[in-house]
Structures are given as structure tokens and as C-alpha cells.
Write a protein that binds this ligand. Structure first.
Ligand code: PLP
Length: 433
């Protein structure tokens, strides 16, 4: 049995190149992070070999005594990391990732074509919250359930709770979803709870982006108000790629959430759990209870604020005017450029972030903004000083984007991409390999 370098040098080389890329670049994608060596060791272990359909103590395969011990430990650590009383809350740690976890909740609580309301994708929501366009039901969620998104108040960049309430009273959803992929503020859980109660809906929070911040109590606690909380495990929480579903133990609206969720995960939508991921997650959730983790999450927020303040000083318009969490959303439209062009130029300078739609955008392919997150570089040891310098680097990239846009003949995105790939652009002197 050979190691990777001998058994498959091609894959080894690709991994090494990706490692170099991660090492070299300023990683500012808000949903990414660098997990620990300890987590990666668990993920790369023999746990990947084992089938264990079912739950601890109730498996469909033999040889699961250690896997039972591991999954039970992972569940206990998950509840402890989020300060939950095991008599009131339970958790399923088997979801393969965030989108499956969300779909599992929908199939647990709803019948096909029941109505749901989540934050609209162009306003910061996630595909799995029910996104559809006027022409197409894009995600499985919008194909199998009837979705009516709520939106931001475009003048403030804050969720329009009044409109959510009015729409919910007319639409009568069975599930309201809090949570987002690109929203720099906290959700108003008490308000959402009131709205859900008024229309007889379940309230779910998808805390994927901010679960690390929730565990460290540096943002509001969704567990106080929601019936179900889902999360990915690989973003601010800094674990392996995976998902979790937390559920209240007592019945809600006549539904036993525990058995509904557990059955939706298996046998509803999944087969054997990924035990190597559950091993890595257990390691991550132990670390999430440490003082170092809390200090890290505080820094994620203060670093993000420093970045936001500097960008504002440099004249940028931020959606909602700032941030309370780990990300900022910059509206580039006042400068006459868009997120797609800026993302590309910054990528060439090894500054990795993503184009993002901002309220009022017409096109999802050429959106008007960029999303910038602080978790990954905070893991790499950045302080406020480095994040201020990062804002200055981004500013240079934006200026170069403007300059390049002016030099392009033609207004299409393809014209721009062609130009910056040409020698004329490298002659502009500042971005080359
Ligand atoms: N939920 C939210 C809020 C997200 O931002 C994401 C991913 O970015 C997901 C769910 C989906 O997670 P995954 O990509 O693991 O399916």
C-alpha cells in the first residue's frame, strides 16, 4: 500500500498546487476558512471505511461500537458548543453539507408544495432557501415547495420585517427561514418569532455563515427563538465540510421534530453517514468550547469592522452601512464598475473574494458588488492592522479595474476579460504573474 505521492503523483501535484494557492493568496471568501491539522487528521482517517446507517445504538450494520461512541461524543459536543440543554434540544450530526441539511428539514416538516418564506437570493439569501426566477424554479427547494421570498428594505439594506409580516399574513407559509449567505447584520429573531406565531409557521434559522460567532456568543442567539437550527460546519465554525440540524425536543405545531428530522436524514435523503467527517466535527466542536476559540471569533468581528471602517474612509458604499458580523458587502455601482470585473482583477493579484449581488441589481451574472469575509485571514493571524492594509489593497485593485474598464473597446464582460488576458493589460504594469 503506497502513499499518495507514489500511488498517484498526478493528484498529489494538484493538491500541492492548491495548497500553494491557499498559502499565497489573501483568502477573503466569507464562507471559507482554514481548518486545523487535528480536524484534517480525523477527516483523513480510517473512519472513512465504515458503514453505519442509523443512529448510535440503532444501526443496520455490525462493528459500530466505536462509531457509536464517536457519534454520541460529537452530538454531546455539538450541544455543549452551542450552550444547549440536552433535555430541550437534540442534534443530528449526519447531514452531508448545508444544502442537504436544509432540504432534510423541509422534508421533515412539510408536505410537497407546502409554502415557505426565506430571504431572496439577490438580497443575501441562499439557493436552498427557495430561490426561483420569474422563468425558472432554480433549486430543489423551489421545485418541491412553494416559495415566496422576503427581501431587504433597499433604502437601509436591513431585512424589511414589516413587508415580511404583511406577506406572511397573505401567503400563510408553514415555514419561515432566517439566515443568509451575504447579510452583514444580525437577524431580529424575536420579530420573526412573532410573525411565525401569528401565521402558525415553524421558524428555522440557517446559521451556516455565523455558527462560529453563535458558538462564541458574539452575535444574537437563534436558539432562544427558533424551532430548528441548521448549519454547515466548515465556515466560521472552522470544522470539516459537513452539516448539522438542531431540533427542539418538545413537539412544535403537533410535530415530533426529533423523529421527523432523524427520519428525513436517514432513510429519507441519505444513506451511510460520513464518519470521517463526524470525527473531524467532534474535534472542531471540542475546540469551539475553548477560550481561544472565543477570542478568535471576537477577532473575526473586530477585524471585519476595521475592514469596513477603512473601506468607508476610502469612500466605498457598504450595504447596510457597515457590519455586525464576519462579512461586508460593497456596492461598486456608484464607481461605474461591477463585482465580476473587480473579482477577476483582484484574483489576478491573489486576493480571493467573490462577486455578489447587491439590492437593486439587475443581473446575477454581472452583479454590482463584492462580498468580503474575515474568518479565514483571522485564522491566519491577521489583526485589524492587516485588515486595514487589505482594504487598501482592494482599493488598488478597484482602481485598476476602473482603469482597465476605460481601456477596453466594447462594453461586454467578455471584452473586458479578453483585454485583461492580453499583453496590453500586463503592460499597464501592476498585475502580472
Ligand atoms: N446555507 C447558507 C446560509 C449558506 O451560505 C450555504 C453555503 O454557502 C449553505 C447553506 C449551503 O452549504 P453547502 O454548500 O455545504 O451545501
Amino acid at each position: 500500500d503506497h502513499g499518495l505521492s507514489e500511488a498517484d503523483p498526478h493528484v498529489r501535484t494538484i493538491i500541492d498546487k492548491e495548497k500553494q494557492r491557499q498559502f499565497r493568496s489573501l483568502e477573503l471568501i466569507a464562507s471559507e476558512n482554514f481548518t486545523s491539522r487535528a480536524v484534517m487528521e480525523a477527516v483523513g482517517s480510517c473512519l472513512t471505511n465504515k458503514y453505519s446507517e442509523g443512529l448510535p445504538g440503532k444501526r443496520y450494520y455490525g462493528g459500530n461500537e466505536y462509531i457509536d461512541e464517536l457519534e454520541t461524543l460529537c452530538q454531546e459536543r455539538a450541544l455543549a458548543a452551542f450552550h444547549l440543554d440536552g433535555k430541550k434540544w437534540g442534534v443530528n450530526v449526519q447531514p452531508l453539507s448545508g444544502s442537504p441539511a436544509n432540504f432534510e428539514v423541509y422534508t421533515a416538516l412539510l408536505n410537497p408544495h407546502d409554502r415557505i418564506m426565506g430571504l431572496d437570493l439577490p438580497h443575501g439569501g441562499h439557493l436552498s432557501h427557495g430561490f426561483m426566477t420569474p422563468k425558472r424554479r432554480v433549486s430543489g427547494t423551489s421545485i418541491y415547495f412553494e416559495s415566496m421570498p422576503y427581501r431587504l428594505d433597499e433604502s437601509t439594506g436591513i431585512v424589511d420585517y414589516d413587508m415580511l409580516e404583511k406577506t406572511a399574513i397573505l401567503f400563510r407559509p408553514k415555514l419561515i427561514i432566517a439566515g443568509a449567505s451575504a447579510y452583514p447584520r444580525d437577524f431580529d429573531y424575536p420579530r420573526m418569532r412573532k410573525i411565525a406565531d401569528a401565521v402558525g409557521a415553524f421558524l428555522m434559522m440557517d446559521m451556516a455563515h455565523i455558527s462560529g460567532l453563535v458558538a462564541a456568543s458574539v452575535v444574537a442567539d437563534p436558539f432562544e427563538y427558533c424551532d430548528i437550527v441548521t448549519t454547515t460546519t466548515h465556515k466560521s465554525l472552522r470544522g470539516p465540510r459537513g452539516g448539522m440540524i438542531f431540533f427542539k425536543r418538545e413537539p412544535v405545531l403537533g410535530v415530533d421534530l426529533e423523529s421527523a428530522v432523524n427520519n428525513a436524514v436517514f432513510p429519507g435523503l441519505q444513506g451511510g453517514p460520513h464518519n470521517h467527517t463526524i470525527g473531524g466535527l467532534a474535534v472542531c466542536l471540542n475546540y469551539a468550547q475553548s477560550p481561544e476559540f472565543k477570542a478568535y471569533q471576537k477577532k473575526v468581528v473586530s477585524n471585519c469592522r476595521a475592514l469596513a471602517d477603512r473601506l468607508i474612509e476610502l469612500g466605498y458604499k457598504l450595504v447596510s452601512g457597515g457590519t455586525d458580523n464576519h462579512l461586508v458587502l460593497v456596492d461598486l455601482r456608484p464607481l461605474g464598475i461591477d463585482g465580476a470585473r473587480a473579482e477577476k482583477i483582484l484574483d489576478m493579484a491573489s486576493i480571493t473574494l467573490n462577486k455578489n449581488s447587491v439590492p437593486g441589481d439587475k443581473s446575477a451574472l454581472v452583479p454590482g458588488g463584492i462580498r468580503i469575509g474575515s474568518p479565514a485571514m483571522t485564522t491566519r493571524g491577521f489583526t485589524e492592522k492587516e485588515f486595514i492594509a487589505t482594504a487598501d489593497f482592494i482599493h488598488e485593485g478597484v482602481k485598476l479595474t476602473l482603469e482597465a474598464k476605460r481601456s477596453v473597446s466594447g462594453s461586454k464582460l467578455q471584452d473586458f476579460m479578453k483585454f485583461i488576458g492580453s499583453s496590453d493589460f500586463t503592460l499597464m504594469g501592476r498585475v502580472s504573474d
